[in-house]
Design a protein around this ligand. Structure first.
Ligand SMILES: [Ca+2]
Length: 558
């Protein structure tokens, strides 16, 4: 739910004619457009005496794109930006970018909609022939300029939206049901459709491929696109997806109640979150056969915080009974108190406090807020009562009501047949130490899709999942947490090379100090027994027996 996405290494992309695989792909270039794609290559290798064909010669100049008349879209500006420093709106620092055409636009699919989006289009000679949509974080009403910049540098035309409102305050949804729908799923679809047309006009042809890349809320958006608008994207990356949104919001509420006193004080101080992580790692690090400071699969770890219970009164190195109780509840997750039905998976052992920043612990979404995180969901979206008291929550009654009234807030459909049929490819990853979106819930969603889609092999044909041990929310953590998922997805979509693992690295102070594969779920990376445990070459991906006892997974919203 942060604005960060997994960092991508510098582009290794080369201009070349995109290939259209044997699968059904409605957005594959038609014959005419492929010849333009090939012309791009020709343009790059001019031979003496030959006429150089310039790609995009049929395109509209940047300045003239503002004259486009796309229904419900208003183009505010279209400006050619020279290569060099560019300072995005409201940013303090400039980012260095290659030249591009910047289009600022607004979409109004309903009379109450005000969806701002920007499309950045490289000049024809620098364009890789593709479009990339980038996702958002939290409820942030902000265009993702940093993610756009990363895509533009790779040669992509890129698009991002503010999701239909400005800022992170959930009051935007109060008495604005259409804006809520814009946030939940419509804004991404609308920006995608409009940007495809705008790019077509700018370049004289449609993009050969479209990709979506997002983490956290962006991961939610990614899964929503695959579920709701399977034609929008050829390839989709869903990182640490907050797609089980309604149940997760209930889990935020309950986790806050468990971990705060009646007068709203945090029960577990920040320093003791780190103590919990140390206790869990000490207890479970070796279960995977390698003492490397990483709990490989927290489902196998049954560390009980009572091990750290104070014996002679409270001090910094032990836990009081109230602290033990709060931590146990965080690990156990939300269950229906009447039926015992799991509502939302607990947070992983190892996610309590593994880094300095609030997002690298339970602080940002649980301990630090003065009220339950996202309590605005109940006040402004669900009950339409700005004074709603979270102490009055009734899990049975209110969860059923929320799932009945706001089903569009989640993206939990497990039948992805339309996306598979159109040839779409979906790559999902998550951090096993994510302190925000419980990774066990993400595992439960994938397992649910596998069941709905006819088994693991049939699912892997279009949807692959990679778990990152020791990675936090979208990035960070003691485990390898930097990887280039987009290059893997490009290979899959464009060359039919499905990824079996992702090459990941961990850095300290900007220096890589560990590499390791992230394996194709449910495989795990195991050290071969010789060579450095910090070198990916000494690991193989293997299948192990399921964690026992298998913890009951979140049922997920139906
Ligand atoms: Ca370990």
């Amino acid at each position: 739910m942060t604005r960060r996405i997994a960092r991508l290494p510098p582009s290794r992309f080369h201009l070349r004619a995109p290939r259209c695989g044997g699968h059904v792909a409605p957005r594959c270039p038609r014959k005419g457009s492929r010849s333009i794609g090939l012309a791009l290559i020709v343009a790059m290798i001019p031979l003496a005496g030959e006429t150089i064909v310039r790609a995009g010669s049929n395109g509209t100049s940047c300045a003239n794109l503002a004259a486009l008349t796309i229904p419900s879209i208003t183009i505010k500006s279209s400006t050619a930006i020279a290569a060099g420093p560019f300072t995005p709106p409201a940013a303090n620092n400039a980012i260095t970018l290659p030249a591009f055409c910047r289009i600022e636009a607004t979409a109004r699919p309903t009379s109450d909609s005000d969806i701002k989006f920007e499309v950045w289009i490289p000049p024809a000679e620098a364009w890789n022939g593709k479009l990339e949509g980038v996702g958002n974080g939290g409820y942030s009403g902000a265009i993702g300029y940093t993610a756009m910049a990363a895509g533009l540098r790779r040669g992509y035309a890129v698009v991002s939206t503010d999701t239909g409102h400005a800022g992170d305050d959930m009051k935007f949804g109060q008495s604005h049901p259409e804006k809520l729908i814009d946030w939940a799923y419509r804004s991404i679809h609308v920006m995608t459709e409009a940007s495809k047309l705008i790019v077509r006009n700018a370049q004289g042809r449609f993009a050969d491929r479209a990709y979506f890349v997002g983490c956290s809320s962006g991961g939610h958006q990614a899964l929503s696109e695959a579920q709701r608008y399977p034609e929008d994207y050829d390839g989709i990356i869903a990182g640490d997806p907050a797609n089980n949104r309604i149940r997760q919001t209930f889990a935020f509420l309950y986790s806050w109640v468990w971990t705060h006193t009646a007068d709203g004080k945090p029960i577990i101080p920040a320093a003791k979150l780190a103590l919990l992580t140390k206790g869990a790692v000490d207890a479970c690090d070796g279960l995977d056969g390698l003492k490397d400071g990483i709990i490989d699969d927290p489902r196998r770890c049954h560390f009980d915080p009572a091990k750290l219970a104070c014996k002679n009164g409270d001090d910094a190195a032990c836990l009081t009974p109230a602290q033990v109780d709060a931590a146990r509840k965080m690990y156990d997750g939300v269950k229906n108190p009447r039926t015992g039905e799991p509502i939302f998976s607990g947070w992983s052992r190892g996610s309590e406090g593994f880094g300095e920043s609030a997002i690298q612990s339970w602080r940002q979404y649980v301990m630090d807020p003065t009220e339950p995180m996202r309590v605005g969901f109940f006040r402004y979206f669900l009950f339409h009562d700005p004074n709603w008291d979270y102490r009055t929550v009734d899990l049975d009654r209110d969860l059923a009501y929320a799932e009945q009234k706001l089903p569009f807030m989640a993206a939990v459909e497990k039948d992805l047949t339309p996306f598979k049929k159109r040839g779409g490819k979906l790559l999902m990853y998550t951090g096993w130490a994510d302190p925000v979106v419980s990774p066990q819930d993400t595992v439960a969603y994938y397992d649910g899709v596998v069941k709905a889609m006819g088994g693991l092999e049939k699912t892997r044909e279009f949807y692959r999942f990679f778990l990152a041990p020791g990675m936090g929310h979208c990035s960070g953590g003691p485990g390898p947490n930097q990887f280039d998922a987009l290059t893997s997805l490009e290979q899959w979509v464009e060359k039919g090379v499905a990824p079996d693992k992702l090459a990941a690295s961990h850095s300290t102070s900007g220096k890589v100090d560990r590499t390791r594969p992230l394996c194709l779920y449910p495989q795990v990376a195991r050290w071969k027994g010789t060579g450095s445990a910090d070198d990916a070459a000494n690991f193989s991906c293997v299948t192990e027996a399921p964690a026992t006892p298998v913890r009951r997974a979140t049922a997920g919203q139906r």
